[in-house]
Ligand binder design. Structure first.
Ligand code: EPU
Length: 421
């Protein structure tokens, strides 16, 4: 087990670059199962979740390896159709192999995702979509077992209680590429990661229109081919870096940060008195640490992303006045709040909202990261807190941020990693 030792730091100066988006890379790696031909993926981040997906592909019989920074995926005539629990159970995103396996092998067995620290995460929309295209679905020993003799296009409405679903849209879209006839996905997720999956599929020969809008149309084709694709930059990592500079002060160019992916975040940071402008293929962020409280509601894209809720809550905890954070995607995603409170943050919960009264100073403490984005929030809080903060649960950070601590250190932040007993 490892922990991060975080010291009060800042201001940050220099240039950093966002890695490729984990949440685009994972379904795109799964999409490679739709063809027997080789695909080359550039910009795949070296994070634990990607390693888990690679191992799942290998168990299915797919040859995968890194050639420098390029991920090579060679499905060949793989025959596997079962994602094993010891791997798939570690990562909810493994559900996105369900669609490609069903489409290519006619059957798929994937463990039903278990409980999750960020709250309930049902998969009814995935199953509804696949059934609409002709899959028969059963539950067996904790696994989803999907079968289909023939997959046919259909109109699928993918709205859930909390809006559209990113991975359900990806799953249904992937099946539809090889289904007979036309599929229309209504209430499709518009997230940039879904668009990236669609663009990769199009490069593989799929016929898709409407990606990035709430209605997508997919005409099935007989087969897909391999491709070379560059994953889009990680808007969540880029947003986390913008917030780090906002909180610590300084002047940093975040390369790869795209305004079209981060409008809602940039709007809120500007409202909080941070200066942000597009520059040199990224965004230049400047801050004097004189932050003003704001009200934020997380929503599906183009709204403020739930994956930046925790870091933004850390930022609010040192902003002047009262801020309000309302979580509309995962109303229970507040595990970081008690930890921030241990550092002196003044936060009260009311249902899906956190009311944050800004304090002058946070104070360092040992804290436990419960999930990926909570870990980033605690690192940022530690960098503005007096005394040393020890962040435990670093394995969560490693699931989705490639080199976050090295990037922060390169800008002048003071943090190191140590084995914890
Ligand atoms: N939902 C349903 N039924 C479903 C699927 C989802 O009700 O069948 C609900 C969820 O419970 C949630 C909402 O719909 O309230 C949106 O969930 P979504 O399905 O969009 O989430 P996901 O596709 O499982 C991806 C990201 C998450 C990110 C969400 C929302 C990946 C690998 N994961 O999950 O990323 O929070 O979209 O944007 O793409 C993270 O990176 O830390 C992370 C959790």
């Amino acid at each position: 087990m490892e922990k991060l030792l975080v010291e009060r730091s800042g201001p940050l100066r220099g240039t950093v670059e966002a890695d490729g988006a984990k949440n685009a890379a994972l379904p795109i790696m799964a999409a490679c199962l739709l063809t027997e031909e080789e695909s080359l993926l550039d910009g795949v981040p070296r994070v634990t979740d990607v390693e888990i997906m690679l191992n799942i592909l290998r168990v299915l019989g797919v040859e995968c390896f890194w050639d420098g920074d390029t991920l090579v995926i060679r499905p060949g005539s793989y025959t596997g159709w079962t994602a094993p629990y010891d791997l798939a159970g570690r990562m909810r995103a493994s559900v996105c192999v369900l669609g490609p396996l069903l489409a290519k092998q006619g059957r798929a067995r994937v463990p039903l995702p278990g409980g999750c620290v960020i709250g309930p995460r049902p998969i009814d929309l995935h199953l509804k979509g696949l059934q609409a295209l002709g899959a028969e679905i059963a539950m067996d020993h904790g696994d989803i077992v999907a079968k289909a003799e023939r997959l046919c296009g259909n109109t699928v409405h993918l709205a859930g209680q909390f809006g559209s679903s990113v991975l359900a849209t990806a799953n249904v879209m992937m099946v539809a590429t090889l289904a007979e006839g036309t599929t229309v996905i209504e209430h499709a997720a518009c997230e940039p990661e879904v668009m990236d999956v669609a663009n990769c599929l199009i490069a593989m020969g799929a016929k898709i229109t409407g990606q990035g809008t709430s209605v997508m149309r997919i005409e099935g084709v007989g087969r897909l081919r391999g491709t070379r694709h560059r994953i889009i930059p990680d808007r969540i990592e880029a947003g986390t870096l913008l917030m780090a500079v906002a909180m610590l002060g300084g002047d940093v160019l975040v390369r790869g940060a795209r305004l079209d992916h981060l409008h809602a975040v940039v709007d809120k940071l500007v409202e909080a008195r941070v200066s942000i402008e597009p520059q040199d293929g990224g965004m230049r962020v400047r801050s004097t640490r004189d932050l003003k409280g704001v009200e934020v509601t997380t929503l599906p894209f183009p709204g403020f992303p739930t994956d930046l809720q925790a870091p933004m809550t850390a930022l609010m905890s040192i902003s002047h006045g009262v801020s309000l954070m309302t979580e509309k995607i995962y109303p229970e995603r507040f595990m970081h709040v008690p930890e921030l409170k241990r550092m002196g943050a003044q936060i009260s919960r009311e249902g899906p909202s956190a009311i944050v009264k800004g304090v002058e100073r946070l104070s360092g403490a040992p804290v436990n990261a419960s999930d990926l984005r909570a870990s980033a929030a605690l690192v940022l809080a530690g960098l503005v807190a007096d005394n040393r903060t020890e962040v435990f649960g670093v394995e969560h950070l490693d699931r989705g941020y490639a080199h976050l601590e090295h990037k922060l250190v390169s800008l002048g932040a003071r943090l190191t990693r140590e084995r914890s007993s």
